[in-house]
Design a protein around this ligand. Structure first.
Ligand code: GCO
Length: 455
């Protein structure tokens, strides 16, 4: 195995990520209440082929087998989320001990395997009972989320030392309350979306306070963010500056941006929204200062979910993608340099250490005649993005770790099970058996060599 002179930092953490609704199944097991995704999937017409997460990868019952797979992959850490209504079936109030016990057993299994648990409190699993009381359009939901954080950190605080409050609030708002293509399937105007975003940020504030009060001393708290990333055609100060401006400039889909959520959460104010819409400006002008004080809680790290980005020229204009440029099975562009500049620009603006909390691609994976799953596209994709990440690390950006999306094939939201992102193949049609893909074996070598095996 060729080794390079430049591995990642010695304490760099290598992992993989999943989310509750996408892998657990057990949608109504052992006292769990329904979530907006259970309801959304049970409503015909929302999900490809009428598929649901009722069973998903059956991780709720197979978690020990899956932790054993993580050990085989050599994972040092594992990012998963809490299914809110599995713990609080009505969203607040009565705790479902069986649900908490599942997460206790899962974290114990991980710790026994020497795998560090990273917990996402909200990966879009809003309890249906709270949605029926307004969901993220109701500020009271933010307080309920603080209650979830308290319950979870009391139960897991002696086991879990790394938490993310929200996963991609950008998607929760834009897809859940804008386009309606994600649960709860609402289509609302920009100001209503801004209200939902604001309540999610209040929820983040309540959750950080609860985590600080109940998690173990020294626990690390962050948020996982996504949004448009622009990267320069040339690595010159002028082109970098143009790409930085393009990355944080509010676009026509204003709320789907890192800045809309991270500026309040980390800098204590919303980004300048002049020119977006007078109504939005009015909305922002009415936000009380105490809201922003609650939202701006000290964080220990920033999580970045990064899949691709846009190339911009030194004058800031977007460079069209070359004809026939590489795309994933989901037809997402492949742009490794977006990784290098995403972590660079986010650190430049927010000053926090970072984890890449998601990165990966969907492939049209299948079981070959030899019984294996050969996925060279995923290996090439991941190698390119890790090489770009290493460039940023060598330039001094404090990236603490990398979580590949995803550990295993899973429910890809409104695309159902047709999009496979896993390092491990899930044979849904044949008793959910798991097959480690070539990329899983390749990733193990990357981990063992701390990145030195990369080209
Ligand atoms: C997201 C979510 C994941 C997705 C993954 C692939 O970023 O949308 O966090 O749940 O499955 O990103 O789309």
């Amino acid at each position: 195995m060729a080794t390079q002179a430049h591995p990642f930092p010695q304490d760099f953490l290598w992992g993989a990520a999943t989310s509750a609704y996408q892998i657990e199944g057990g949608w109504n097991a052992d006292g769990k209440g329904p979530s907006i995704w259970d309801h959304f999937c049970h409503t015909p017409g929302h999900i490809a082929n009428g598929e649901t997460g009722d069973v998903a990868c059956d991780h709720y019952h197979r978690f020990r087998e899956d932790v054993a797979l993580m050990r085989k992959l050599g994972l040092q850490s594992y990012r998963f989320s809490i299914n809110w209504p599995r713990v609080l079936p009505e969203g607040t109030g009565t705790v479902n001990q069986a649900g908490l016990d599942f997460y206790r057993r899962l974290t114990d299994e991980l710790l026994e395997a020497g795998i560090t648990p990273f917990v996402t409190l909200y990966h879009w699993e809003l309890p249906l009972a709270l949605h029926r009381r307004g969901g993220w359009l109701n500020p009271e939901t933010a307080k309920a989320f603080g209650e979830l954080a308290e319950v979870v950190s009391r139960a897991l605080g002696d086991r879990v030392r790394h938490y993310m409050t929200l996963n991609e609030p950008q998607c929760a708002v834009f897809l859940g309350y804008g386009t309606g293509s994600h649960a709860p399937g609402c289509q609302t105007d920009l100001v209503t979306q801004a209200a939902a975003a604001h309540h999610l940020l209040l929820a983040h504030g309540h959750a950080v306070q609860a985590l600080r009060a109940n998690a173990a001393e020294g626990a690390q708290v962050g948020i996982a963010s996504t949004g448009g990333i622009s990267y320069p055609s040339e690595d010159t100060p002028e082109n970098r500056a143009a790409a930085y401006r393009a990355t944080f400039r509010l676009r026509e889909r204003a709320l789907f941006s890192h800045a809309w959520f991270l500026d309040p959460a980390i800098l204590g104010h919303y980004p300048a929204s002049d020119g977006l819409s007078p109504e939005l400006g009015d909305f922002l002008s009415q936000i009380p200062p105490e809201d922003l004080a609650l939202i701006r809680q000290p964080l220990d790290f920033l999580g970045l979910n990064l899949y691709n980005g846009d190339e911009v020229a030194p004058d800031g204009t977007r460079v069209p993608r070359a004809t026939g440029a590489a795309r994933t099975a989901l037809h997402w562009s492949v742009s490794p340099q977006a990784m290098r500049y995403a972590v660079t620009f986010l650190h430049q603006r927010y000053g926090l250490p970072l984890y890449v909390t998601e990165n990966g691609q969907s492939c049209d994976d299948r079981i070959f005649l030899d019984g294996q799953v050969h996925d060279p596209d995923r290996i090439d994709f991941t190698a390119r993005y890790l090489i770009a990440l290493r460039q940023a690390v060598e330039e001094g950006v404090p990236v603490r770790g990398y979580f590949h999306w995803s550990l295993m094939d899973n429910f890809e939201w409104n695309s159902g099970y047709g999009e496979r992102f896993g390092l491990v193949y899930v044979d849904y049609a044949d008793s959910q058996r798991r097959i480690i893909k070539d990329s899983g074996r390749w990733y193990r070598q990357v981990i063992e060599s701390n990145g030195a095996s990369l080209p």
